[in-house]
Write a protein that binds this ligand. Structure first.
Ligand code: ATR
Length: 281
């Protein structure tokens, strides 16, 4: 039940009907008994600026921004968080009482929190990190790993130019390896993260050999459909610790929820099951 004083938030995207965010935030609003609502906001690209600028006028506390608006929104906010500037996209907007819009990117936070919770004691500074991919997700993951103190970040991508461009735009110890040279990238690594769409339902499989990866390394796939990807299964079978990708989605949402509704929510097994059920899992 909400009152006339309910705080408002939502997710702007196009399309938006597959977003799990309303289900996720709705769960927390219920759990914490908060007078608030979180709604899907389907906004076509050509309507985005008008809809975005209307949010303060409508009394919104903030929104999540998803595909395809993450870069456009970055251009329109009044204040940009430094991490969002580095990542080059925003996924969370907070609207102050005087109507100012501040843009954040919480994907890196979600990624690191997921590793910390999924593998307590994991130390990103303990050795090289290998990131497969060079898209938007890879950028958020790479920036957060550099911020967490990784001193040797190795990017591996099918299209070398994209990885070179990403490496060139990140300030930090980043090197690029060809896909055919994955073995060298994995040699001595402390962490392996897949940020490509390979292994996702409806996409080609990820076919890399893990032979060169130390068994002490942590393996994370940001793909969460399926939850246990072939990469995670193979890694687990050879003795590596693994963390699945659903936690990144859940943890990135916590930061926005706290800013809009004033409570830092928890990620529990029950929440995971609730969101998985929404995905038909
Ligand atoms: P996102 O923003 O979600 O990260 P993206 O920008 O489309 O999505 O990036 C997708 C990543 O998956 C890229 O690293 C892409 O590699 P390319 O830069 O070479 O395109 C990778 N990817 C997608 N399909 C692939 C395939 N069949 N083989 C290898 N890599 C693939």
């Amino acid at each position: 039940m909400i009152s006339g004083k309910a705080k408002l938030a939502g997710v702007m995207g196009w399309p938006v009907q597959h977003s799990q965010s309303p289900r996720l935030h709705g769960y927390w609003l219920d759990q914490y008994g908060i007078d608030g609502a979180y709604v899907p906001l389907p906004v076509r690209p050509e309507d985005f600026e008008g809809a975005f600028r209307a949010l303060p006028l409508l009394g919104f506390s903030g929104v999540n921004i998803t595909v395809p608006h993450k870069q456009t929104a970055l251009e329109l906010v009044d204040i940009l968080d430094p991490m969002a500037r580095q990542i080059g996209a925003i996924n969370t907007v907070v609207i102050s009482d005087d109507g100012n819009l501040t843009g954040y990117n919480t994907d890196g936070f979600g990624f690191l929190e997921n590793l910390n919770r999924g593998c307590p004691g994991f130390d990103p500074e303990a050795g090289p990190a290998v990131v497969l991919g060079a898209g938007g997700a890879a950028r958020a993951v790479a920036c957060s790993l550099i911020a967490a103190g990784v001193s040797d970040l190795r990017l591996v991508n099918r299209t070398r130019d994209r990885a070179d461009a990403l490496a060139g735009s990140i300030q930090g110890p980043v090197s690029v390896y060809d896909f055919s040279d994955t073995d060298h990238a994995l040699d001595g690594a402390n962490l392996l993260v897949n940020t490509t769409s390979l292994g996702m339902e409806g996409h080609p499989p990820l076919t890399i050999s893990l032979d060169a990866l130390p068994v002490q390394a942590l393996v994370n796939d940001i793909v969460y459909a399926p939850l246990r990807t072939d990469l995670l299964k193979t890694a687990e079978a050879r003795g590596n610790s693994v963390v699945d990708g659903l936690g990144m989605l859940l943890h990135q949402a916590r930061a926005g929820f706290e800013k809009w509704f004033g409570v830092m929510p928890d990620v529990t097994d029950d929440l995971r099951a609730h969101v998985l059920k929404g995905m038909g899992g």
